[in-house]
Write a protein that binds this ligand. Sequence first.
Ligand SMILES: NC(=O)c1ccc[n+]([C@@H]2O[C@H](COP(=O)([O-])OP(=O)(O)OC[C@H]3O[C@@H](n4cnc5c(N)ncnc54)[C@H](O)[C@@H]3O)[C@@H](O)[C@H]2O)c1
Length: 304
Amino acid sequence: MSGRVLVTGGCGFIGRAVVAALRASGTPVTVVDREPWLGSSDVDSVQGELAEAEVRERALTEDVDAVVHLAAVTSVLKSKEDPVHTYEQNVAITQGLLELARQRGTRRFVLASTNAVVGDVGTSTITTDRPLAPLTPYGATKAACEMLLSGYYGAYGLSTCALRFTNVYGHGMSHKDSFVPRMMRAALSGEGVRIYGDGKQSRDLVHIDDVARAVLLAIDSEHTGPAIVGAGHSVSVLELVAAVRSVTGRPLPAEHIEAPKGEMPAVVVDVSASAERIGFTPNVALHEGLTDTWKYFQETWDEA
Ligand SMILES: NC(=O)c1ccc[n+]([C@@H]2O[C@H](COP(=O)([O-])OP(=O)(O)OC[C@H]3O[C@@H](n4cnc5c(N)ncnc54)[C@H](O)[C@@H]3O)[C@@H](O)[C@H]2O)c1
């Protein structure tokens, strides 16, 4: 593995898994987050708001070999409510970190991006050859960040990579509000779930362990540009609900409600190029991943 890695947003869902994987490989890690670092004491941490230059400077020290930039406004809904704040948080902070990485001579910069940068492609398969055509402020800010990475590579030779995650699920996501945690909470409390429309829309769900492994591979690879990190296998929402019923053994009654405007008919990704680019192929099958997630939700529920 490389030298010291700075993980922004290291206290979040993906961040904690990435930090754990880095520490397991013996890599020195610094976390910067507005939340306090409550994990292992062998991790250096800077608590603060990344919009402040002083916080970025304290975190991105001369000895940092690679930056994994995860901190962001992550909710599409929140990005629609406040696009200016989303720009400041997602684009301006990324620019600030890239500039500091250039000044400090950082070797590698890995960004958490999303397949939402390509917008609605109907039921077609998403590859990185698709043009950028985001349809939300969230997707637009991530696309803008990818362009900044490209510019810093072109102008200054900073080695950069944007990992476009699909829907990430797994242990450590109890604070999230996406479909998998909603189903897990409903299964625990004996409630039901709401399904948008007929539930035939398909989604790609990638397990957190695969995502953390992909981030470590990207730090070590020399690929510049985007790479898709997904399961490479999509399931319909109905199939997903059935899988959660099977894993949890709970009835999970479903109510179909009208789909909001902009609900994507499908998310189908091709991950084959990522094997060549960063050496990534997904390992965790959906049933196995949901079993791990259910165990985690039961434990956190018991603790609460
Ligand atoms: N979770 C997914 O399914 C998914 C899918 C695609 C892309 N992503 C991207 O992956 C990244 C991580 O997502 P996550 O699910 O772990 O989110 P998360 O909300 O669990 O974690 C984000 C962390 O970043 C910190 N943070 C955010 N802005 C900050 C700031 N300005 N200063 C200091 N700390 C700040 C938060 O405190 C939090 O701990 C994000 O960039 C997100 O857009 C996530």
